[in-house]
Design a protein around this ligand. Sequence first.
Ligand SMILES: Nc1ncnc2c1ncn2[C@@H]1O[C@H](COP(=O)(O)OP(=O)(O)O)[C@@H](O)[C@H]1O
Ligand SMILES: [Mg+2]
Length: 303
Amino acid sequence: MKGYLLGPKNLTQNEILLLEEGKKVFDEFLYVPITSLTLDDGKVLFNGKDLSDFDFVLPRIPRTYVYFGYCVLSLLENEVYLPIKPQSLFLSHHKFLTLLATKDITKIPKTFLSNSDDILKKRLKKLEFPIVFKLIYGSLGKGVMFADSEESARSLIDMLKRFQEPIFMEEYIENPGEDLRVVVIGNEIFAMKRIAKAGERRANIAISGKGKKVELNEEEKELALKLAEKLGMKICGLDFIQKDGELYLIEANVNVHFLGITQATKVNIAAKMINFLKEEVKTRKSFLERLMKWLKEIKEIRF
Ligand SMILES: Nc1ncnc2c1ncn2[C@@H]1O[C@H](COP(=O)(O)OP(=O)(O)O)[C@@H](O)[C@H]1O
Ligand SMILES: [Mg+2]
């Protein structure tokens, strides 16, 4: 079985662990930086070599390559096994789109997206504080800001207007500095509660949040699986905030960082992802073999 990890130019520890685990299991497992691909007359080329005879691709495409990545995955979609759909790149990397795509199956915070600072400032009058501002493509907690008063919200709006992009404002879901990180791998679910450090509202591990393994109940598991399916991802990370016993989806991660959850659950998440890929590729291969046999039989009957 041959595959490759399609990732950022500079590998993170997450990609390094996936490569280590993949090399134990697959006959060939390459690292392909997305920056080194060329799309040539419908073919995906890496150093001039056509990558179409691989069995699978594990994409970890950074948000700066979403459009290019979408083109690559669209070309590969029917050729190799992919654990995500091409459109998952848009749905996951764009925080507003994620909520828009999932609002019928999960609770989400109220959202406000506008190009007009004046309209948002007027809207503030009818809102309760704190309120959350987010960079649409932020990650690792860097890009999430909280305003505790109308005055601080107004100055944040003025600052965000300078980015010349729609400003994204979100209802604050009251919680004790905690969120829930859920990792979905096929039908398996791993979860941890993340607790923000003192004086911090963002619970991300990258800004010193602490992870603690938790078990989801059946309803919560079902919700996570439904969300992963809706977003077209068999492998993903979902962030929720729990309030009054209900889960509010905050964001989805197509390139889930899993070092924190590996530590909290003591499960080798990288190995779980790799084994899941192996099983999926096996199933796809045997399906394709049966299909080819069947097509051959039909041809023989006809002639
Ligand atoms: N609407 C919200 N209400 C309360 N806390 C929030 C809200 N949105 C985000 N947070 C806090 O900020 C953290 C980072 O937000 P998130 O949307 O997941 O962005 P990132 O991609 O940077 O992780 C969350 O894990 C949570 O602790
Ligand atoms: Mg997050």
